[in-house]
Design a protein around this ligand. Structure first.
Ligand code: AMP
Ligand code: MG
Length: 330
């Protein structure tokens, strides 16, 4: 344990693509910046390297990973045939925060990546450093978020170093993530387009291209048929409650409360314990700041985090999904 702690504080952080490439080619783990959150990457065609990702995160093996590369045309080299509708959406949204779940037709992709299902999730992230790195690699990388399973996702290299410094060979520093929440996931199985996870591309934007898509029954995604859609996720250590802030405020000592709000502040709660994600009411800005704010509150000497329900439109749906799953009611 002692040596782990020392390593955590001395993780190699930098912008050297060659060092990152080399480590990945040797089957090691590298943390990568993307526009959504930082990823914990491994050679996605190497079962041993991929197993390292699960071990480093304590991630349950039934939770599949997303494969990332710099251009979808490369998946043909690795045995995947991509559906036409998927490619139509990719023309508009990739590189970007949209992940596509397509039929698994390759015999190069290890079962751990897909959690043994007949589907594989693929994405081309939009970050200049990472796109350069991916272009140099002869394989896609499997990369979930670079945090311990169940905790808040990292949106800076420092967040990664704090929690995963001991587990990675290199942290590629690409600055603070622009989008700040994970990718939207859509599936193209059974001849229909179905939303599996709210994220960085809004439902409205997707429907403007392909028409109505199938949405989850309830407002927040908690879909047991999609592996990995865990009910409890993205959670702070300090209990977080989602919704009815005014009512719940009356139940606690205001000095022990942390607030996560969209635009407003609340009476009686100390100002430094109130994190307002976008005073001007911009959901894109709020999503970008969400996870860093959750981490900041989680470091405070408070008993409870009260989070508002955000407007259920645009990126507000992704924010509500993450807060709902982080909450003690999920
Ligand atoms: P993350 O942990 O943010 O990298 O996201 C990975 C998520 O992608 C998983 O938790 C699933 O929800 C989804 N996913 C990945 N692969 C598949 C798959 N083969 N079938 C369905 N969903 C998948
Ligand atoms: Mg994650």
């Amino acid at each position: 344990m002692e040596s782990k702690h020392v390593l955590t504080t001395t993780a190699v952080i930098g912008t050297d693509i060659n060092q990152a490439t080399q480590a990945l080619e040797q089957g090691k783990l590298v943390a990568l910046p993307t526009e959504t959150v930082y990823g914990l990457a491994a050679n996605g065609l190497d079962a041993t390297a991929v197993a390292g990702v699960f071990a480093a995160k304590n991630r349950p093996a039934f939770n599949p990973l997303i494969l990332h590369t710099n251009n979808f045309s490369r998946f043909a080299e690795w045995g995947l045939e991509l559906p036409e509708t998927m490619l139509a959406l990719a023309k508009v949204f990739s590189p970007g925060p949209l992940t596509y779940v397509v039929p698994q037709t390759s015999n190069l992709i290890p079962d751990l990546v897909t959690a043994g299902t007949h589907a594989v999730a693929i994405r081309v992230p939009k970050h200049p450093l990472t796109l350069k790195l991916l272009a140099k690699l002869p394989f896609p990388v499997a990369a979930p978020s670079a945090n311990k399973s169940g905790y808040v996702s990292p949106t800076t290299a420092a967040h990664v170093a704090q929690q995963m410094g001991a587990e990675v060979a290199y942290i590629l520093d690409g600055g603070a993530c622009e989008v700040g929440v994970e990718s939207t996931i859509v599936s193209f199985l059974n001849n229909q387009v179905e939303l599996l996870r709210y994220g960085g591309v809004s439902v409205e934007a997707i429907e403007a291209v392909v028409g109505k898509i199938k949405l989850p029954q309830q407002g927040f995604v908690d879909n047991p048929v999609a592996p990995g859609q865990l009910a409890k996720h993205y959670a702070t250590k300090i209990p977080l409650v989602h919704g009815q802030v005014e009512t719940r405020l009356k139940m606690y000592n205001p000095n022990e409360v942390g607030i996560l709000s969209f635009t407003k502040t609340y009476l009686d709660v100390p100002a430094q314990q109130q994190l307002v994600l976008s005073p001007t009411g911009n959901l894109v800005e709020a999503a970008q700041k969400l996870f860093a704010a959750m981490r900041t509150l989680d470091e405070m000497n408070i008993a409870i985090i009260l989070a508002e329900v955000f407007p259920n439109e645009g990126l507000g749906r992704a924010i509500n999904d993450r807060l709902h799953r982080a909450s003690i009611h999920a």
